[in-house]
Ligand binder design. Structure first.
Ligand SMILES: NC(=O)c1ccc[n+]([C@@H]2O[C@H](COP(=O)([O-])OP(=O)(O)OC[C@H]3O[C@@H](n4cnc5c(N)ncnc54)[C@H](OP(=O)(O)O)[C@@H]3O)[C@@H](O)[C@H]2O)c1
Length: 291
């Protein structure tokens, strides 16, 4: 039996792991810790959790994920996204636990026009991306048995995300403006959860940094359009440029991830983003009602 600690246990990705792992509970035991139960910025608490925990893996989904909020909350972003992963990596090293740490496409500046490999030069544009990059670096420097998985544009039926916001606003408003000049790939968080399980179940030991998103590329406008089409939401959708909708944090204009490495190591095919979106909308239920 493998024992796995999941931090950030109330978050979107943690909930997806909970759901997709339900068929493996004969071989895997998961312990989910919410931010209240285990604050990853508290080094003493983290070490205590690992000491007697008997864990084989830790999946660190905990993060400060408010990209715009981070611009005015640098201290908190640094604490959760850099110091937290550092604490966890040190505890993993001390207790011989394999760490799966989740990072982001926002470590890149988006200044290129081809997909970023794991070796591409990082250059975050904002506080969130910068704090996440420092978190990755802490993991890489503090422990040897790690998988850092960079992902992009996560959505699911859990938590707050673009898909759920669009469904809410699409039904409330007559028209919506969405940027069409930021290109990336939406990722169904349950697909990412399945991939995290593969690292565990297959006892992969090619440690290092990996990229994972769904296949294909889209703008936020394309993503919104697909959400409305699949859910039969009638709303006027207006494509706008980024400068027409200024936000505190600068975002990469092109943040597509090259996924060759993860496909090769795990021997997987990755679902196309529109196919995953259809599954997500089915999982959410038609018509979706905000709780
Ligand atoms: N969402 C995206 O679009 C996206 C894109 C790329 C990468 N990622 C990365 O993917 C990972 C999972 O994201 P997600 O969408 O699941 O985020 P999420 O729903 O915001 O979940 C993050 C969780 O971390 C918890 N947390 C915050 N501070 C903590 C602390 N000090 N100690 C312990 N837990 C703490 C939060 O708890 P509270 O709610 O109690 O604060 C929350 O439950 C993160 O590493 C994120 O950076 C996300």
């Amino acid at each position: 039996m493998l024992k796995i600690l999941v931090t950030g246990g109330n978050g979107q990705l943690a909930n997806c792991i909970k759901e997709v792992s339900s068929q493996h509970l004969d071989t895997l035991t998961f312990i989910y810790k919410s931010s209240k139960e285990l604050d990853i910025t508290d080094k003493v608490a983290v070490f205590k959790e690992f000491e007697g925990g008997g864990y084989h893996f830790c999946v660190n989904t905990a993060a400060y994920t408010n990209v715009d909020g981070a611009e005015n909350d640098q201290g908190k972003a640094d604490l959760v996204n850099r110091v937290g992963p550092k604490n966890i990596a040190e505890a993993c090293k001390k207790n011989d636990v394999v760490l799966v740490h989740i990072s982001t496409d926002f470590v890149f500046d988006g200044g290129q026009s081809t997909p970023n490999t794991e070796q591409a030069v990082t250059n975050p544009l904002g506080v969130y991306g910068s704090s996440k990059l420092k978190g990755e670096q802490a993991v890489v420097s503090k422990c040897k048995k790690y998988f850092v998985i960079r992902t992009s544009w996560l959505y699911s039926e859990y938590g707050s995300n673009f898909m759920k916001s669009m469904l809410k606003y699409g039904r409330e408003r007559e028209s919506l403006s969405v940027v069409y000049d930021q290109i990336g790939t939406p990722t169904y968080a349950k697909d990412l959860a399945e991939v995290i399980l593969l690292f565990v179940l297959n006892r992969i030991d090619d440690y290092g940094i990996y990229h994972y998103s769904n296949e294909g590329v889209a703008s936020w406008y394309d993503f919104a359009k697909a959400i409305f089409d699949i859910n039969d939401v009638v709303v006027q959708l207006l494509p706008i440029r980024t400068e027409a909708y200024p936000l505190p944090a600068k975002r990469p204009s092109f943040s597509v991830l090259d996924k060759s490495k993860i496909k090769n190591v795990l021997q997987i095919e990755i679902p196309y983003w529109r196919d995953s979106l259809k599954r997500a909308c089915d999982d959410l239920g038609h018509p979706y009602q905000e709780q």
